[in-house]
Design a protein around this ligand. Structure first.
Ligand code: ZN
Length: 86
């Protein structure tokens, strides 16, 4: 009789609060770099994208943080930063 102790032991990995399933993890929602997070969902037709860190970012650069905080749009003012359409 074999005690088949198969590898079914529960993974003792701590479940991080982070929602990132990848490495390196995205900047957190309270990080100044939050917009650098990966896009988890992109809905250009609705004008918003959901970032991997839970931030909802709108096409006018406004943001809705996971804690309900709203970031006003902060697109560059003026036409000085026009992209050079090479
Ligand atoms: Zn991520």
């Amino acid at each position: 009789m074999t005690t088949s102790s198969r590898g079914t032991h529960a993974t003792t990995q701590r479940k991080k609060p982070s929602m990132c399933q990848h490495q390196p993890a995205c900047p957190t929602a309270d990080s100044a770099d939050r917009e650098a997070a990966r896009h988890a969902a992109h809905h250009p037709e609705q004008g918003w994208s959901l970032l991997c860190n839970g931030v909802l970012i709108f096409e006018d650069t406004g943001e809705l943080l996971p804690d309900g905080q709203i970031i006003a749009p902060h697109r560059p003012s003026g036409s000085e930063q026009v992209m050079t359409a090479a």
